[in-house]
Design a protein around this ligand. Sequence first.
Ligand SMILES: CC(C)(COP(=O)(O)OP(=O)(O)OC[C@H]1O[C@@H](n2cnc3c(N)ncnc32)[C@H](O)[C@@H]1OP(=O)(O)O)[C@@H](O)C(=O)NCCC(=O)NCCS
Length: 159
Amino acid sequence: MNIRPATADDAEFLKTMLFEAARWNPDWPREAMEEVLDEPVLRRYHEGWGRPGDGGVIAELDGQPVGAVWYRQFTEAEPGYGFVDEKTPELSVAVQPMHRRKGIGHALLHSAMVQAREEGSQALSLSVAVHNRSRMMYQRAGFHRVAEEGDHWTMVANL
Ligand SMILES: CC(C)(COP(=O)(O)OP(=O)(O)OC[C@H]1O[C@@H](n2cnc3c(N)ncnc32)[C@H](O)[C@@H]1OP(=O)(O)O)[C@@H](O)C(=O)NCCC(=O)NCCS
């Protein structure tokens, strides 16, 4: 497995990963990707990908992208689900279903945290459903709960 920085050229792959992250629960009915990505809040996560402040890392197997952790700064006026402030990028994470539970998500998370710190960020945030078992991965990486809304937690890691 190879991990490399995400670029503007990864916009289409990151859309497929955003779809996986937004519809993480396999028990939910399958919806069309384009419809999901067109939801007003989700559009904030992918529109104009590659603008200043956007960053992340991509995992590749045999040269093909299989997963990503990527982040973006949101505004008070148009926040993400895990918004804490305008300086703190919010991350998203997904690995293609057939490549899960092999340590890729954990490795990506670690790399993204190192990269964000090198870029000058002091913290990263995220939003996770309480029942999503990726929460354990975040907690092990140093994320802690800062807010709770419905069945979602907002978590922050100081870098
Ligand atoms: C969450 C996700 C990115 C994890 O990637 P991954 O490559 O499978 O993660 P890893 O193999 O590094 O596992 C990391 C840890 O995450 C937790 N975890 C993740 N998915 C899990 C699952 N389905 N069941 C149990 N634990 C899980 C475990 O603590 C695991 O550690 P362990 O294998 O030592 O028990 C991947 O499962 C995924 O893409 N899920 C759908 C999208 C999603 O939920 N995104 C997050 C939205 S907030």
